[in-house]
Design a protein. Structure first.
Length: 263
């Protein structure tokens, strides 16, 4: 799963630092099994949110770590006695502020998957809210209480939803790849059909609108090219991740279309 993959050593080191700072606090409060459920629940929910709402490939454990942070905030609000005195201040307003700064950076800096962060927070909070703190009896036996089953259900639901969505995304990628091949071969009508089919499956994927803009540009259809490009820019602005081509490219693209039209 993508929560166990990282894009660079620096990316891995940053997430390891977050896990080192906050993971032991939750593990001491909830035990290793419940900690694992919160971490996995946040990570898988983050992956699901990323697949549903972001059009960029993503990886990393930040969703799981933010899930751990959300569970710590819940413990601080509901059961502060479970945390050491020095950790209570850290897991209160300071941690909430840190989460807010993390989300703000995600929306302001391209390339950060904010949807994975939001999904991780939601997943970790949901699992943490359903879990009851372990008792000495439950630590000594293998008894599974209802809160553990409910939390495990959230993790399983997120995992199943992600797996069900994956073939749909693969289909879009396959159609896009075939459309790119046809576009390179100048088979414009066939390429347009591939991109249109992919757009029907994923209408919010701005890349497909960019591809259609390129097809219409090659066919000297200036109005359609402009409409698809403007829609791509709006969709990409909504996701707040990745990048699209610059306004300079827009001018060049539309200028080329106008030139072909005059010819």
């Amino acid at each position: 799963m993508p929560m166990f993959l990282h894009l660079s050593l620096a990316h891995l080191a940053l997430n390891l630092l977050g896990l080192f700072l906050f993971g032991p606090l939750l593990e001491r409060a909830y035990g290793c099994g419940r900690f694992a459920l919160v971490f996995l629940g946040g990570g898988i929910a983050g992956s699901l949110a990323s697949m549903l709402f972001s059009r960029q490939l993503g990886a990393g454990a930040s969703g799981g770590i933010l899930g751990v942070c959300a569970a710590l905030v819940l413990i601080r609000c509901r059961r502060p006695a479970m945390l050491p005195a020095d950790a209570q201040a850290v897991c209160g307003s300071q941690l909430v502020a840190g989460i807010g700064v993390t989300l703000a950076f995600g929306w302001l800096i391209p390339g950060i998957d904010s949807w994975a962060h939001l999904g991780g927070l939601a997943g970790g909070a949901a699992v943490g809210a359903l879990l009851k703190p372990p008792t000495p009896a439950s630590n000594l036996t293998l008894r599974v209480d209802h809160s553990l089953l409910a939390a495990l259900g959230v993790v399983c639901f997120s995992g199943i939803a992600t797996l069900n969505y994956y073939p749909r995304w693969q289909r879009v990628l396959a159609l896009e790849a075939e459309g790119n091949r046809l576009l390179a071969a100048r088979q414009l009508e066939a390429a347009k059909l591939q991109f249109e089919h992919a757009k029907q499956i994923e209408p919010a994927d701005y890349r497909l609108h960019l591809k259609l803009s390129s097809v219409y540009s090659a066919r000297a259809q200036a109005r359609q090219a402009r409409e698809e490009y403007d829609l791509a820019v709006r969709l990409q602005s909504d996701t707040r991740t990745g990048s699209v081509r610059s306004p300079t490219h827009t001018a060049k693209l539309l200028g080329a279309v106008s030139t072909r039209s005059r010819r």
